[in-house]
Design a protein around this ligand. Structure first.
Ligand code: MRU
Length: 378
């Protein structure tokens, strides 16, 4: 894995580099990732030539966010196939790189399935590798289309829930173009409102401990010249109490069959706050995030990450090393920290789920199953 040249981004304007792209230089195919750990200070690309490099990039969140993890996983399988590595082994390593976002395994299965089906049909390694790459590209394109559809449905829902208004929307973590083949999930809805002149303010939770809100959502909002304000996660309660939030829009990493939503840690407290203050709490996610095989919230595996991410301030970069991560210590050495990467919001706290196939409200297992049945993607 190599760094491309760094581009300074502070104060810069679009266009930004794509979050991920497939390239075929003479030395062989590569997957090029925008290293999200370096944002917002600089845009640096990582060039992955093999699956261990991609798995490492996924684990340290250089590439992250549920839909993009699926796309990266699919391209990872294609990379293994094209470079002559064991595809089954590569698929296992990629799918296991992070446990919560169901899209990762979905993307890996799409490409690995296409590879296996091509082999079964009698195609050679080259033809099967091409089938895996085609599947990855198809998923990438489909995600861009899903993103645009979610933005449309989500904006219509906002207008229905908040008639005549210009909206003040609170969001958590990062759900824009950095996590998607298109413009994202929840962020794409806020962006659509902004483009229509109907976004009064985007409240951006900083999203401790890795600061995806501060580093990534603020970066995307600034580039679109949106009216946004950053707040510490702890400040959300007083913001609701002051009547400053009209709606909450978040993404999801896995939605269980009963409608329970796993998303970045801190989402559940927002749902509780929203309920108390009678503010709509809206989840925006493609159907690839719905997992009919996970019955309920308790069955969702929540990734636990290193306590060093909490005990050291690393400017949002994941801490490395067992003794100390090299960040700025904010707790005594050896302090234990509880650091789940996600939490689970029960369906009764979710006002609506926006997908590319339409809106589900109220969110129930039956309604979700009906929606999934209409889509060939699950
Ligand atoms: O740990 P991350 O940064 O991969 O977590 C990402 C999130 O929790 C996003 O909110 C989620 O993937 C939804 S993005 C469509």
């Amino acid at each position: 894995m190599a760094d491309h040249d760094a581009h300074s981004t502070v104060g810069a304007e679009p266009p930004t580099l794509p979050s991920l792209r497939w390239e075929e230089p003479p030395e062989g195919p590569v997957l090029v990732l925008l290293d999200q750990t370096r944002l917002p200070v600089e845009e640096v690309e990582l060039v992955c030539t093999d699956v261990p490099a991609l798995v490492g990039a996924i684990q340290r969140l250089a590439v992250r966010g549920a839909p993009l993890l699926g796309i990266a996983g699919a391209y990872g399988v294609a990379l293994a196939a094209r470079r002559g590595f064991d595809v089954e082994e590569a698929a296992g390593q990629l799918a296991g790189a992070r446990p919560t976002a169901v899209n990762l395994g979905y993307g890996v299965r799409q490409a690995a399935g296409a590879y296996a089906a091509a082999r079964e049909k009698g195609l050679g390694e080259e033809g099967a590798a091409q089938a895996a790459l085609d599947a990855a590209r198809a998923l990438h394109r489909a995600d861009a289309l899903a993103s645009a559809a979610m933005a449309r449905h989500g904006l219509a829902l906002l207008d229905e829930l908040l008639p005549g208004g210009s909206h003040r929307v609170l969001t958590h973590c990062n759900t824009g173009a950095l996590v998607s083949g298109g413009e994202g999930t929840a962020f794409a809805v806020a962006l659509a409102a902004h483009r229509q002149g109907r976004l009064r303010r985007l409240w951006v939770d900083e999203t401790r401990p890795l600061l995806q809100g501060a580093r990534l959502t603020a970066y995307e909002a600034a580039r679109h010249s949106m009216a946004y304000t950053l707040l510490t996660d702890n400040a959300a309660g007083s913001l609701f109490a002051a009547g400053e939030v009209d709606a909450v829009l978040i993404g999801a990493d896995r939605i269980a069959a009963d409608g329970s939503v796993a998303n970045k840690v801190g989402s559940y407290p927002l749902a509780v706050l929203a309920k108390y203050h009678h503010v709509p709490f809206v989840v925006v996610a493609p159907l690839t995030t719905v997992d009919p095989a996970t019955p309920d919230g308790a069955a969702i595996e929540v990734e636990m990450r290193s306590g060093l991410e909490v005990t050291e301030f690393t400017g949002g970069l994941p801490a490395a090393g067992a003794e100390g991560g090299g960040g700025h210590a904010v707790a005594p050495l050896g302090t234990q920290a509880y650091n789940p990467a996600f939490d689970v919001t029960p369906p009764e706290l979710v006002t609506a789920l926006v997908t590319e196939e339409g809106v589900v409200s109220p969110v129930t297992g039956t309604a979700l199953a009906e929606l999934c049945a209409r889509s060939p993607r699950t």
